[in-house]
Design a protein around this ligand. Structure first.
Ligand SMILES: O=P(O)(O)OC[C@H]1O[C@](O)(COP(=O)(O)O)[C@@H](O)[C@@H]1O
Ligand SMILES: [Mg+2]
Ligand SMILES: [Mg+2]
Length: 334
């Protein structure tokens, strides 16, 4: 009899007891994210057939043109979480402000807030290149039953209780952690079930892939330029291979499997880089550290940063530990 792959549902139940605060609420939350991921996956897969490619005609709080799939994915995740009343607040890349859920209902005992990047890699939607969804979960810091506040969202990444992503690629995978390692589940589209396909994912200590938008090279700080030159030099196990999909989730996923470093540095054009701390960098940093990798902003651990704004950006260097440390060395010298 062939190898039996555990379903995501079975895995969640089995691992519920390993979670410190277990009441089943976090399990319900992961179940809801799984459901919303399947709904969005269905839309992504047939995007070219129905009118959901292209601009939605609006811009989000960051001044970016919203794609129709950004808006659709945002609605599906918010709806799915709201309808199940398992969170007390949601923040999203596509929403100016956080959404408080039932905050004035005394009975409302929910204690988790979720931050999402509903559709990551928006520039790849129309060209059939893999995109994703990113999520991050915290326990609220304000008392249960009282209105949720911005404070509940502006927590350092090290306070996360869960984080993960969905990659809508050649196959659809959900990869997540609750602080007890990283596990990947592949969707069997025929029956709509996620199966454990990548148990205990680990970043190789080092690798031969670097991922950065080299089109911004001349605008990068000297230390970053020097590290990129180091990656390209004919020496020892180098040059490394340059791979850049332009979807953070997909570049991260590949580098976690093969070994590599993803960089979105600050530049003279973007003083804080591009990626958002709360729903892009913190969740990927939690996953990276749980998978023996590393994530920094060039000088400090991403998960130690105290956020001050919902949509703040930070420079991001993430991946195989030895490669991130080498990049830090170059940045420290410049
Ligand atoms: O086109 P650029 O400047 O290289 O940026 C690509 C990066 O921006 C992002 O698309 C930002 O995420 P969103 O698509 O969710 O806005 C990342 O996924 C990706 O790594
Ligand atoms: Mg994104
Ligand atoms: Mg996005």
């Amino acid at each position: 009899m062939g190898k039996i792959n555990k379903t995501l549902g079975e895995f969640i139940i089995e691992n519920q007891s390993s979670f410190q605060y277990t009441t089943g609420e976090l399990s319900k939350l992961i179940h809801a994210i799984r459901l919303a991921a399947k709904v969005v996956n269905h839309e992504v897969n047939k995007a070219g057939l129905v009118d959901i490619l292209g601009d939605a005609g609006d811009t989000n709080v960051q001044g970016e043109d919203q794609q129709k799939l950004d808006v659709l994915a945002n609605e599906k995740f918010i709806q799915t979480l709201k309808n199940r009343e398992i969170v007390c607040g949601i923040a999203s890349e596509e929403e100016d402000d956080f959404i408080a859920i039932n905050s004035n209902d005394e009975q409302h005992q929910n204690k988790y807030v979720v931050l999402i990047d509903p559709l990551d890699g928006s520039s790849n939607i129309d060209v059939n290149v893999s995109v994703g969804t990113i999520f991050s979960v915290y326990r609220r810091v304000t008392p249960v039953g009282t209105p949720v506040t911005l404070k509940d969202f502006l927590q350092p990444g090290k306070n996360q209780v869960a984080a993960g992503y969905v990659v809508y690629g050649t196959s659809t995978m959900l990869v997540y952690t609750t602080g007890d390692g990283v596990n990947g589940f592949t969707l069997n589209p025929a029956i709509g079930t996620f199966y454990l396909s990548h148990p205990n994912m680990q970043f190789p200590e080092t690798g031969k892939i670097y991922s950065v938008n080299e089109g911004n090279y001349i605008h990068f700080p000297q230390g970053v330029k020097d590290y990129i030159k180091y990656c390209q030099k004919e020496e020892e196990d180098r040059p490394y291979t340059s791979r850049y999909i332009g979807s953070l989730v997909s570049d991260f996923h590949r580098n976690m499997i093969k070994g590599g470093i993803y960089m979105y540095p600050k530049s003279s054009k973007a003083q804080k880089g591009k990626l958002r701390l709360l729903y892009e960098c913190n969740p990927m940093a939690f996953l990276a550290e749980q998978a023996n990798g590393k994530a920094v902003d060039g000088h400090q651990r991403i998960m130690d940063i105290q956020p001050t704004e919902l949509h703040e950006r930070v420079p991001f260097f993430c991946g195989s530990k030895k490669m991130v440390e080498k990049a830090e060395e170059f940045m420290a010298k410049s």
